[in-house]
Design a protein around this ligand. Structure first.
Ligand code: R5P
Length: 311
């Protein structure tokens, strides 16, 4: 098997290759003067099982295009099987028509990947599991929950924990984490969002008084959802609020919003390469999911069970 990377998250790709004790495939993914992307693979990949690591995070369109062009280059170089490893799947939040005459961009991205020549997709904590149905090729959606649960047990295991979903849509994810934390109790923030990009906390379902709250979500983007939820939980008597979020999108002023929030700590994974600001923030800690993705890749290549990683 071979592991190739675009430019979106080279440290993660290197860590995955390191876990698998493989070098990264020798390839150049660069720009022409007019910003067109050019890919050149410098070693033979004919007949190989190739995994291309490329989260489609900011700048999402550039990173997506790099991924598509890498896949095209591999297909034309006669790779036997191409797996798009997309730890963060950009456009995933556009998975339905929010109104008339609007696109379903997540489906368009799925079509583009398939058309480019991807044979499989490997993702982590897809915004909605149903997005797998947008593909007619095999997909594996990994969960960061075991990595998070181990960290929570090590850091907060001695406290009276309460797992909290920041909105009704995240309850299934929160319940799965609570189960891994010796069936910790669950609370839900009933959030009403007036306009896109803004969030408003209405009330908390569950008694969080005296509890160390663990907020769990797939994405932190502007930080509005999380910071408002943290404040609401503290107002209801929580002893502390820590957030575990798989994908640190952290756009705009999100890092300073987190820094100035009621959150004790924000823990994200390295599915997206953290910005300088995020890396330097005292409130943000990064957990690696490289071994999780590396092990899933090993199992896909060996044709053994991936789901048993989460038993
Ligand atoms: C929404 O359904 C997602 O799970 C996140 O809660 C949301 O994308 C976070 O966005 P923001 O940080 O901008 O509030």
């Amino acid at each position: 098997m071979k592991i190739m990377s675009g430019n979106s998250n080279l440290p993660l790709a290197r860590a995955i290759a390191g876990y698998l004790e493989l070098p990264l495939t020798d390839a150049a993914v660069r720009r022409f003067a007019d910003e067109e992307i050019f890919v050149e693979i410098h070693e033979n990949v004919r007949g190989e099982d190739v995994f291309v690591v490329q989260p489609t995070s900011y700048p999402v369109n550039d990173n997506l295009m790099e991924l598509l062009i890498c896949i095209d280059a591999l297909r034309r170089a006669s790779a036997k099987r191409i797996t798009a490893v997309i730890p963060y799947f950009g456009y995933a939040r556009q998975d339905r028509k929010p109104g008339p005459r609007t696109p379903i961009s997540a489906k368009l991205v799925a079509n583009l990947l398939t058309e480019a020549g991807a044979d499989r997709v490997l993702s982590v904590d897809l915004h909605a599991g149903q997005i797998q149905g947008f593909f007619d090729i095999p997909t594996d959606n990994l969960f960061a929950a075991p990595v998070m649960a181990a960290d929570i047990q090590a850091r907060y295991g001695d406290q009276s924990l309460m797992v909290v979903s920041p909105d009704v849509g995240g309850v299934v994810r929160a319940r799965a984490l609570a189960k891994r934390l010796d069936n910790a109790p669950l609370a839900i923030v009933d959030k009403r969002r007036d306009k896109p990009g803004q969030s408003e906390v209405m009330n908390i379902i569950g008694d969080v008084k005296g509890r160390a709250c663990i907020l769990i979500d797939d994405i932190i983007d502007s930080g509005g959802t999380l910071c408002n939820a943290a404040q609401a939980l503290m107002d209801e008597g929580a002893t502390s609020v820590t957030a575990y979020i798989t994908h640190g999108v952290l756009s705009g002023a999100a890092v300073s919003r987190v820094t100035n929030s009621a959150l004790k700590e924000l823990v994200i994974t390295d599915s997206i390469q953290a910005t300088e600001a995020a890396q330097q923030s005292d409130k943000i800690r990064i957990l690696t999911i490289a071994p999780l993705i590396g092990e899933a890749i090993r199992r896909i290549a060996d044709e053994s069970s991936v789901s048993s990683l989460f038993d």
